[in-house]
Ligand binder design. Structure first.
Ligand code: ADP
Length: 450
């Protein structure tokens, strides 16, 4: 089995994956763009290879360059991190065809679950509850379309089968705008995702975003590792996450977790994965599955005590899961704040050189970051500069620690969303727990009006 892992990513996740590899005694290969020459994971790597200029298309998304780097460095496996090539079935296939291990699910799983219509069908067949909606790509025939939407009931949301990153969705309030909305969404989907298939779901008005983490080995053993709540979002982008999802009965979560495990067995899933649900009035409705490590995996690690990345690498090596479901517990509570380099007013990315960097500490505090004083935040990539993760025995204790940690943290030289996080953790509704996916935007609108 492999002893060297090429990390096809950058930023905090490249460092996170590298730490897991090194604790397992594996050698690491960093591939980096011209902008990331001085990144910590590049410095710590056994081998560092320059693969192209700053633009991701010509470096972190350049499949041929990455495959060539794996060949010359003798890396037996490639870890894609999140984003970039992590959910690209063609890339996973090319890695396997080159005789290397793709640290992730099979290309077939990535392909099926990356198509939201196919994923819905697979979940429905496996007994996982889905948002009411269409089970096939929508027809252009206006009568058929109208009938379908009437049956589901307005408002509905049109979604691109190949969509992602919060794009390719359009809400329709009544029948009059349906056909035009479909034509627009279809055209956008064709251009953005090279797939013109669009489907329809009931648009839920006040849902929470709750997800279930799973982990599967190659021998049919699957476990679920509790819940996370990611309802604090702006423009469908997660801002702050927590685990477990507050205020949901343990039996309800348990029932859903068990269904997710059954679904994984049925589709022969391997590696880490996340089932995303919208939860309204106590009902769980599947929306999509992410076939990779997620940014917010740390809150699951803090509450279960399990190193998810290490587990991910172990199962990719063909090891059997050493975790038994009844021994997995979520202990206490954890929060994660995504600290971004961004303008506090416009939320636009705010790249630049970091001149001051003071990190919080104390019991239960973890900061995952590739940044520090002197780091240049590049305009070419995601604006995430750090993940502040805090654990406590109870939600109240974790929240109290988070407030202190956010007050201690200082980033100089660039603008960040630290202040936004400081306001969120003092919001009485957030403190009570269980806010819906619109809460943050409503709060921001109120602030602007004040
Ligand atoms: P993406 O793959 O682009 O992230 P998702 O299907 O996960 O798309 O949906 C992203 C977000 O869009 C959800 O977290 C939720 O805020 C909103 N959303 C998606 N489907 C619905 C729905 N049926 N009703 C209400 N909101 C929805």
């Amino acid at each position: 089995m492999f002893d060297t892992v090429l990390i096809a990513n950058r930023g905090e996740v490249a460092l996170r994956v590298q730490r897991a590899c090194r604790t397992l005694g594996l050698r690491t290969v960093a591939v980096h763009s011209a902008a990331d020459r001085d990144a910590p994971h590049v410095r710590h790597a056994d081998i560092a290879l320059w693969i192209g200029p700053a633009a991701a298309r010509r470096s972190y998304l350049d499949q041929a360059a990455i495959l060539f780097a794996a060949e010359v460095s003798g890396a037996g496996a490639i870890h894609p991190g999140y984003g970039f090539l992590s959910e690209n079935a063609d890339f996973a296939e090319r890695v396997e065809a080159a005789g290397r291990v793709f640290i992730g699910p099979s290309p077939e799983s990535i392909r099926t679950l990356g198509n939201k219509i196919a994923a819905r069908r697979a979940m429905r067949d496996a007994g996982v509850p889905c948002v009411p909606g269409s089970d096939a790509a929508l027809p252009d025939d206006a009568d058929l379309l109208g009938e379908l939407a009437d049956r589901i009931g307005y408002p509905v949301i049109l979604k691109a089968a190949g969509g992602g990153g919060g794009r390719g969705m359009r809400v329709v309030r009544d029948g009059s705008g349906l056909a035009d909305a479909l034509a627009l969404t279809r055209e956008e989907a064709r251009q953005a995702f090279c797939n013109a298939d669009v489907y329809l779901e009931k648009f839920l008005l006040h849902p929470r975003h709750v997800e279930i983490q799973v982990l599967a080995d190659q021998h049919g053993q699957v476990v679920w590792l509790g819940s996370r709540d990611c309802s604090l979002q702006r423009r469908h982008q997660k801002v702050l996450e927590e685990a477990p999802a507050p205020g949901i009965a343990a039996e309800t979560i348990q029932a859903i977790g068990t269904r997710c495990v059954a679904a994984c067995r049925r589709i022969g899933y391997r590696g880490v994965g996340t089932f995303e649900f919208l939860v309204e009035d106590g009902a769980f409705c599947f929306i999509e599955m992410n076939t990779r490590l997620q940014v917010e995996h740390c809150v699951t690690e803090m509450t279960t005590g399990i190193d998810l990345v290490q587990q991910q690498i172990r199962v990719a090596r063909g090891e059997r899961l050493a975790l038994a479901q009844d021994a997995i517990r979520q202990r206490g509570h954890a929060f994660e704040c995504r600290i971004n380099a961004e303008d506090p007013e416009t939320f636009a990315p705010a790249p630049g050189r970091i001149t001051g960097w003071e990190l919080p500490g104390g019991p239960g505090v973890r900061v995952d970051s590739h940044a520090g004083a002197g780091t240049v935040v590049s305009p070419y990539y995601d604006s995430l500069i750090a993940k502040l993760v805090v654990h406590g025995d109870t939600r109240a204790e974790a929240l109290a620690r988070l407030r202190v940690a956010l007050d201690e943290m200082r980033v100089g030289g660039i603008e960040t969303n630290l202040d936004l996080h400081r306001r969120i953790v003092r919001d009485p509704d957030f403190e009570a727990g269980g806010v819906d996916i619109h809460h943050l935007e409503h709060r921001l609108a109120q602030e602007r009006g004040a």
